[in-house]
Design a protein around this ligand. Structure first.
Ligand SMILES: CC(C)(COP(=O)(O)OP(=O)(O)OC[C@H]1O[C@@H](n2cnc3c(N)ncnc32)[C@H](O)[C@@H]1OP(=O)(O)O)[C@@H](O)C(=O)NCCC(=O)NCCS
Length: 141
């Protein structure tokens, strides 16, 4: 089996990443389009991490740090590459990045109905916060 490596995505990866998410990610995000992914890479070129094997994307995670908190989004692994430690490697790389930046706490949005996701986050030491809820407002574009 080819060795896995984790690298930061480049603007030219945006199309492949979107196609990958259609196959591998949970649901659809409000930023799932070329403009959204390219804006992320322009804003923080180290945030979108790709796991690759033999030059093929097998996993992704967005590791965003806003100077205050660390946020993880779009943790996804190709269906055929699951349960081989890809998510574990991506989260380790994300947490290394946060530590280097001085981050103090990291969070992730996890659908209550996503049992698979919940197991993966729990395995990595993340716990559900029961006394907070996310409040959202879409912004006009
Ligand atoms: C959740 C997901 C990212 C896990 O990726 P993965 O590469 O298979 O995870 P890993 O191989 O690193 O597994 C890490 C640990 O998570 C737990 N885990 C992962 N998949 C599991 C499963 N199907 N059943 C039970 N536990 C599981 C295990 O504890 C596992 O460790 P182990 O294999 O040593 O027992 C992947 O299943 C996925 O892409 N799911 C669809 C998208 C999604 O739901 N993302 C999360 C959004 S919040």
């Amino acid at each position: 089996m080819d060795e896995m490596r984790v690298r930061a995505a480049e603007p030219g990866d945006a199309g492949a990443v979107l196609a990958f998410w259609q196959e591998a990610a949970e649901g659809v995000s409000v930023s799932d389009d070329l403009d959204g992914v390219r804006l992320l890479i322009r804003r923080d070129p180290e945030a979108l991490l790709l796991a690759e094997r033999g030059g093929e994307v097998v996993g992704t995670v967005i590791a965003g740090f806003d100077g205050w908190r660390c946020h993880l989004y779009r943790l996804a692994v190709a269906p055929w590459a699951r349960r081989q430690g890809v998510a574990t490697a991506l989260l380790a790389a994300a947490e290394r990045r946060f530590a280097e930046l001085g981050g103090r706490r990291v969070d992730a949005m996890v659908l209550d109905s996503n049992g698979l996701g919940r197991r993966a986050w729990s395995a990595r030491g993340y716990g559900r916060q029961t006394d907070w809820a996310r409040w959202v407002k879409p912004l006009k574009r």
